[in-house]
Design a protein around this ligand. Structure first.
Ligand code: ATP
Length: 290
């Protein structure tokens, strides 16, 4: 089986600054680090490191070949990533000495994916494969509809939150992932609790409190307590969690075991600084001492 991930690919460019710039100020950075980022790329790396065959469906610009190479090195199938004539999506992240940050996000190629590209990629998918999307690309509702028609299991991560985007994909979903804030925003937008959304499995992550799974077919909820760790950097914890849940399901684990493995992977992730480059593999997750 395979996981098809319609997902963003970003260059995260982190500039170290002596202080945050004020309006009109020109300020020299004291350092620059560039990492692979984007919720989509992070999820692909997580699911691949967990042991799944992951086909990333996305786009980069003319200068984005390095990001594709990095994904390939992390075990992701990159044959369905287009190279377009628009800049690669990127985040310009300014960090001051106290750790405070300011972020400018440019979606670029992530929002220029064509219907033809989606259709061509998914025509290679098999019934029972998993399709996952988040909200950092275009084409989510179209892909969800095609995925459902082809008999794929369709998953959606409602981040960054956009009420209209979530509602457009809801009719096609088998799995919905929300964090605590997004779950509240969706309740405000729809007036519905997670049980009433019409999605078979809804998973709400709760940061240091763990996660809750709503099995709406059985009418049950299942809580997963977070592992006790000293957090260093929570960036990418949610993406790692989602990638591991979907990989667990793809590898045939029951939901409860997939959630337990994802909870371990995400706990390990928050003890590490960085995103895609430091997502743990399955052996590290299994060997973790908690
Ligand atoms: P992000 O956007 O930072 O990636 P998120 O808001 O999507 O995160 P969270 O709910 O913060 O997602 O966290 C996802 C999962 O990571 C949690 O369900 C939990 O398993 C794990 N996690 C997060 N924070 C902690 C923590 N402090 N200690 C242990 N586990 C954590």
């Amino acid at each position: 089986m395979a996981i098809w991930n319609l997902g963003s690919i970003n260059a995260d460019m982190i500039y170290a600054l002596p202080h945050m710039p004020t309006a009109g100020e020109t300020l020299a950075a004291t350092g620059l680090e560039q990492y692979l980022g984007g919720k989509g790329a992070n999820m692909s790396v997580a699911a691949a490191r967990a042991g799944s065959h992951v086909c990333h469906l996305g786009a980069v610009g003319p200068e984005g070949a390095w990001a594709v190479t990095r994904l390939l090195e992390y075990g992701v199938d990159t044959r369905h990533i287009a190279q377009l004539d628009v800049p690669t999506g990127h985040a310009i992240i300014a960090v001051d000495p106290t750790g405070e940050n300011q972020i400018i996000l440019f979606p670029g190629a992530n929002r220029e994916i064509s219907a033809d590209q989606v259709g061509a990629a998914l025509s290679a998918a098999s019934a029972g494969d998993i399709l996952v999307m988040q909200n950092e690309t275009n084409m989510q509702a179209e892909a969800a509809r095609v995925g459902r028609d082809l008999g794929l299991k369709v998953a959606y991560v409602a981040a960054p939150f956009d009420a209209a985007a979530v509602q457009a994909v809801l009719p096609y979903l088998d799995y919905l992932f929300l964090n605590e804030v997004e779950a509240e925003q969706l309740r405000d937008a729809t007036g519905k609790t997670p049980e009433a959304l019409g999605v078979a499995d809804v998973i709400v992550t709760l940061g240091a409190k763990g996660a809750r799974h709503y099995d709406t077919t059985a009418g049950t909820t299942h809580d997963v307590a977070a592992h006790s760790v000293v957090p260093v950097d929570t960036t990418g914890a949610g993406d790692t969690f989602t990638g591991y849940v979907l990989s667990g399901l793809d590898r045939g684990l029951p939901m409860a075991q997939a959630l337990a493995q994802a909870n371990r992977a995400a706990a390990l992730m928050v003890t590490r600084k960085g995103t895609a480059d430091v997502i743990p593999d399955l052996k590290e997750v299994q060997d973790a001492s908690f």
